[in-house]
Design a protein around this ligand. Sequence first.
Ligand code: PLP
Length: 408
Amino acid sequence: MNAAQPLPGTDGDKDLLWQRELREQFPIVEAHPELAYLDSAATSQKPRAVLDAVQTYLTTSNANAGRGTYPWANRTTELVESTRERVKEFLRDPRPDRSGVHFTGGTTEGLRTVARDWLVPYLDDGDEILVPYADHRANLDPWLEARRLLAERGIGVRVRALPYQAASGDYDHRALGEAVGPRTRFVAATHVHHVYGGDMNVHRIREAVGPDVPICLDAAQSVGHLPVRLDDPSLDVDFVVFSGHKAMALPGSGAIWARNARGPEFRPGGWQGTPNTVGIVSLRAALDWLDAAGPERIARWTAALTTRLTDRLRHLGPYEILGCQAGLAAGSTLPESQRRQGIVTFRHRDIPSDDLGFILFSHGFMVRADSLCQAGADERAGSVRVSLHVYNTVEEIDRLLTVLASLT
Ligand code: PLP
């Protein structure tokens, strides 16, 4: 199949045209046809609309937010405040009157802020929390730090591991029921795994912990990549934490959405200082861009490319694809939402992953090749991760497969 032929799993020619038009909106991608950017789980490229919004803001009304009463300052304050509402709207928040949005520098800072400013004051001696030990470090370290801070005050909190199934790359939902007890007061979970690319089925966590336990969701790999809809009852979580820069906005941007229904209201502590106004402006433009492009359609495109990659890669002898093997089988009956969401991580039997990364770059492919910041990962083991976004093409995947096949 060449690039002009429709991609199975998409809406045929319509999606091909749609994708081509979107790709043209990414100046860096268009400027480098010889390169293929396959590292969008680390950070996404930025569409022209986001770059323009930043340029317009900086050349027409740059000022500080929440300070000053002249028009540029008022405009900046209005931009920041209305972007909070835009985040709620983007997430289809059914109760925007009750929730809050706090801007951060990204998911790492966001999760740490929830841990320090909300979780620490909320927990009592003897409470238990469940956290992921095999997801991104950003979603483990803050909870361990919270335990330490509490221990310094004489409050003992037990941190339990969210049970995990290495074979499926998902939480072990059966074992989860046993890990939950009467003192379970909080769960931290991940929406889409940054190594295995699978949806982590947060609705099953809600079923296991019952209606009253707050859940904090690391949505770094879902917001901007697939629909994240809080009006969907299966996404009954209390915090959604994400990075703007993985969702088309500038580096150093991100947000915490807090439902404020279970536990105390989320009020990030202390004097907040000057916000990252440029990042916030970029986030707003990014959310507008993503909504116009259509998160469902973006997810369909990247899932179709992912399937194309895994369908061939799994037949190339020396490669081992990490994560759920059931989703790789031909004619897999796994529902679409359970398949890999634009992320495929693999190893070569004989070529160390960092060497494979160099080889791939010598052919123009930019991939991630290391331990991927996975908590508990063996730094030496390493793996190669291909992560996709809407600007990636069938032709890039086919070229990549040709190179990978030549290394067998
Ligand atoms: N959580 C997950 C699942 C991630 O994939 C990442 C980044 O790759 C992070 C957290 C950290 O995000 P950031 O570096 O934007 O803070």
